[in-house]
Unconditional design. Structure first.
Length: 119
């Protein structure tokens, strides 16, 4: 069983920065792919980015490329999402998730943390 808990959300002005954290527990994550997703009201969930835990290789969605950075703290089983140059359209609930079989299906999800960007 994997437990994921996000934190760090809040209200920030456009152009500002925020760092989200995802605390993971329950297993070793060396073989996982971990992802950040977001869902805005009335919109479908979209992937923000993902990281291959063992190598640190990252992928980002087009809407956040160049502004967001995913990193991990292997010793403490934490993943981070550093968000910069935030825009009102980044407002959403942000979720972290784990793809434990590298299948493209994320079996475990956190409860989400709200990010609101004011204009």
């Amino acid at each position: 069983q994997v437990q994921l808990v996000e934190s760090g959300g809040g209200l920030v002005q456009a152009g500002g920065s925020l760092r989200l954290s995802c605390a993971a527990s329950g297993r070793t994550f060396s073989t996982y792919i971990m992802g950040w997703f977001r869902q805005a009201p009335g919109k479908e969930r979209e992937i923000v980015g993902r990281i291959v835990w063992s190598t640190g290789v990252t992928y980002y969605g087009d809407s956040v490329k160049g502004r967001f950075t995913i990193s991990r703290d292997d010793a403490n089983n934490r993943m981070y999402l550093q968000m910069s140059s935030l825009k009102p359209e980044d407002t959403a609930i942000y979720y972290c998730a784990a793809d434990t079989f590298r299948s493209g299906t994320y079996e475990y999800w956190g409860q989400g943390t709200q990010v609101t960007v004011s204009s």
